[in-house]
Ligand binder design. Structure first.
Ligand SMILES: [Zn+2]
Length: 295
């Protein structure tokens, strides 16, 4: 930084602050433009001006480079992950809530210490940035496995029966709760005490200062479209959900004589194979028990 400042400034004023540097130099250069007679007409004038502009630009870039440094990121000491159990992530409900599989059960997990804008509340409009937050967590965790690390200060479940825990992604150990705040997709949720409260506050300050995600000046306005209603279960353990309904546009296959519909690769399709939209096939055919097409 110091080097580039020296390089861009005229001799003798390299020790003053960036702002002064611009002011004084611009003033001097402007004077230079005005004082010198323009011997070769307007072309020369323009050339000289462009040199001056380039010089000012270089100075502003230098000044930006010496701007105050962003808030420091806290050092967070992680637990010994090798002592924790790993669970598959079934799906991401929203930015701070996921569903994992544990002992053959689907368990809703609320991440400790982070609050992201909601997307799934049936009666409220989509909160600012909710969709982005949800997408961010989905990108981090879709199809992944996680280590769970509950915090005794928080208890095991919240008022909605959701398991409360810190989450580390397997196998790289990414601290997901912290990462969401650091990248500006949620704020530190400090209503109830927890182990990393101070660190999470610092992460939020960092994200705000860096204008990341939610704190960006270009955050999209509230989306008007209401989200699809999602039923919240008050129980801790909810039975495994049925396989996700496929979009209506999906294609399945039927045979000339059979009463079932199939996936494209099914062995029953050897004699005849007629494509059909799933929603149409379901009206007249049953799903094949061998290839198990979407229902
Ligand atoms: Zn089949």
């Amino acid at each position: 930084m110091a080097e580039s400042r020296k390089g861009a400034s005229p001799k003798g004023i390299s020790h003053i602050s960036g702002d002064h540097l611009i002011d004084k130099s611009s003033a001097r250069l402007t004077m230079w433009v005005a004082r010198k007679p323009f011997s070769k007409g307007k072309t020369m004038n323009r050339k000289r001006l462009s040199i001056v502009m380039a010089f000012i630009l270089a100075l502003s870039v230098t000044a930006t480079a010496v701007a105050p440094e962003p808030a420091k990121l806290p050092q967070i000491k992680q637990p010994d992950l090798s002592k924790l159990t790993v669970y598959p992530v079934l799906r991401v409900k929203d930015g701070d809530t996921i569903v994992i599989r544990k002992d053959m059960l689907s368990i809703t997990v609320r991440l400790i210490g982070v609050d992201t804008p909601g997307t799934v509340h049936p009666s409220k409009p989509v909160e600012r940035y909710g969709r982005e937050a949800s997408r961010f967590t989905t990108n981090l965790l879709k199809g992944e496995h996680v280590y769970l690390d509950p915090d005794p200060q928080q208890g095991l479940t919240d008022a909605y029966g959701r398991m409360l825990t810190y989450i580390y992604r397997y196998p790289d150990g990414l601290f997901v709760n912290a990462e969401i705040i650091r990248q500006g997709y949620g704020h530190a949720y400090t209503k109830f005490p927890f182990k990393y409260m101070e660190e999470f506050r610092q992460l939020e300050s960092f994200a705000r200062q860096a204008e990341k995600g939610l704190w960006s000046k270009n955050v999209l306005p509230i989306e008007a479209k209401p989200p699809p209603p999602v039923r919240e279960s008050p129980k801790i353990y909810t039975p495994s959900p049925k396989p996700k309904p496929e979009p209506a546009s999906i294609t399945v296959y039927v045979t000339r004589t059979g009463s079932k519909y199939h996936r494209g690769h099914c062995g029953y399709l050897r004699k005849s194979r007629m494509p059909m939209k799933l929603k149409d096939a379901k009206l007249m055919y049953g799903p094949c028990t061998r290839c198990r097409p979407p229902r």
